[in-house]
Design a protein. Sequence first.
Length: 311
Amino acid sequence: MLKKILASILCIAALTSFSACSESGSGGKSTPAPTPGKLKVYVSLNALKEFARAVGGDKVDVTAMIPDGAKPHAFEPKAQDVAGLSKADVLIINGLGMEPWAEKTISAAGNKNLITVEASKGVAAIKIEDEEEIKEHGQYDPHTWLSLKCAQTEVRNIRDAFSRADPSNRDYYEKNCESYVSQLESLYNEFSAKFSTAASKNFVTGHAAFAYLCRDFGLSQNSVEDVFSEGEPSPQKLALLVEYCRKNKVTTIFAEEMASPEVSKALAREVGAKVETIYTLAGSEDGKSYLERMRINLSRIYESLASTRQA
Ligand SMILES: [Zn+2]
């Protein structure tokens, strides 16, 4: 029985990997015309675009390089990105192996005035364990933007970069930064209290993007795909996931648009769980802000843990 189900899950996985290839195109992104007097800011990810706008307000024009709907770990910059960077004031990357293309792209842009900021600088980075992943991507998990605590560091690093690029508006950036940081902290406090009472601390999702979020709240993740969302799960991995879900009485499997959603759905059917969408905030999703999406993610995770079947 289990073998048959695993075979059908794998079959779905093989089919979806084909369609995923065709989705990682440029996504029709266009470079906005820069407004004179505003800082021209490039960022890699959507979450960083939100942080940059929160700090920079009406003093910045922000362009995200990774198109909506693209697989963020497989992104390669295009000629238009290099052209944009050659005229930009600030480039914000996340760092920790999220943008392996950064160094080459910065040097191709040849812009000696460009200020580059690594948003995750100063975060206590989480080491990954898989040797293949370390060989390919370095030793750290890059998903810091999915943590409300790490996001505060990222926002402050962005404030520092803007103040350096545009010192006459230092006070403005400082004020915006502190106001956004306090919103992040208040959402953190709200869910910190909730998670401390949750019946279970273990959840299952599409790819292992939530290690920092888990650290914030004392939770633990298991996933269909690895940290860098590569390859398809092996039959052994799927069998372990089924066992994990049963043992931990998992009631919800979180599915991500870009990480084998069909496998998440098949796994949910197999263990009698429901499927919920979770946001990874690398592209824009459902027209919702960073804070809205984080609140939805945290609420859904909390509901799933609070409703875990009791033994
Ligand atoms: Zn990821």
